[in-house]
Write a protein that binds this ligand. Structure first.
Ligand SMILES: [Mg+2]
Length: 211
C-alpha cells in the first residue's frame, strides 16, 4: 500500500497555513538579498513555489527547500489527522500489508508526524521529495518507483492512494493503480478524469474494506 501524506494521512498545514509558509520562503530569499519576481509572492502553495524557484533560479533551491523543510517540520506539530487514516494503517498492519508513504513533503516532517502520533510502527518506509531536487516531485513517478523497489514489489501488486491529480498521474506513470481520495468538493471529478481506478470520500472506507 503506497500512501500520499498530505490529505490521506493528515492536513499538514492545518495549523501553520501553506500561504504563510510560501510567504516565509519569499521573505527569506529577499532577506538574503535576492530580488524575487512578483509571481513568487503571489504563489500560495509552497511546493508550487519551490517548482517556480527551480525553474527560474536553480541556485536558490537549496536555501528555499531547506526553509520549506524546517517549516514543514514545524507544521507537522500542528497537523490535523485525517479521519480514518490511523484505522486504515492499523487495518493494513492486521492484514499483513506493508505501507509506504510517498509524498512531495519533506521526509523528516513526515517522520515527525508519524512519531508524534504513534504511527511509526505502521509504516514500512517514507519517501519524501529528494532534498534540493524538486524534479522528484509527483507527477514524476520517481518516488513511487523508489518505494516499489524498496518494497521488492511489482507495480501490479501495489495500490497508491492520493488526493491530487498529480498523484494519479504519477501512479499511472509507475504502472500502479491509484485510488483517489476526494476530501474536498470538486476533487472527485478531477481524480476520476486523471484516471483513478476508484474515488473514495473517506479513508475509513479503506479501513472497512480491509477488515
Ligand atoms: Mg496530497
Amino acid at each position: 500500500m503506497l500512501l500520499d501524506f498530505d490529505g490521506p494521512v493528515c492536513s499538514i498545514f492545518a495549523g501553520l497555513p501553506a500561504t504563510e509558509v510560501a510567504a516565509r520562503m519569499v521573505t527569506d530569499l529577499q532577506t538574503a538579498g535576492e530580488v524575487t519576481p512578483d509571481e513568487w509572492s503571489g504563489e500560495r502553495d509552497p511546493l508550487a513555489l519551490l517548482r517556480r524557484i527551480a525553474d527560474a533560479r536553480a541556485d536558490l533551491v537549496p536555501r528555499a527547500d531547506g526553509l520549506l523543510e524546517r517549516a514543514e517540520n514545524e507544521a507537522a506539530k500542528t497537523a490535523l489527522p485525517t479521519a480514518g487514516a490511523s484505522e486504515m494503517l492499523r487495518a493494513c498492519a492486521d492484514g499483513g500489508r506493508s505501507v509506504w508513504v510517498v509524498s512531495n513533503n519533506a521526509g523528516s516532517a513526515i517522520r515527525t508526524y508519524l512519531h508524534d502520533h504513534n504511527l511509526t510502527p505502521f509504516v514500512a518506509g517514507v519517501f519524501g521529495r529528494i532534498p534540493g531536487d524538486p524534479s522528484s516531485l509527483k507527477p514524476n513517478p520517481r518516488l513511487l518507483n523508489d518505494a516499489i523497489a524498496m518494497a521488492m514489489a511489482k507495480p501490479s501488486e501495489c495500490v497508491f492512494i492520493g488526493d491530487a491529480a498529480r498523484d494519479v498521474e504519477a501512479g499511472t506513470a509507475a504502472g500502479i493503480a491509484t485510488i483517489g481520495y476526494a476530501n474536498k468538493p470538486g476533487k472527485a471529478e478531477s481524480l476520476a478524469n486523471a484516471g483513478a481506478v476508484s474515488v473514495i470520500e473517506s479513508m475509513s472506507s479503506i479501513a472497512d474494506a480491509l477488515l
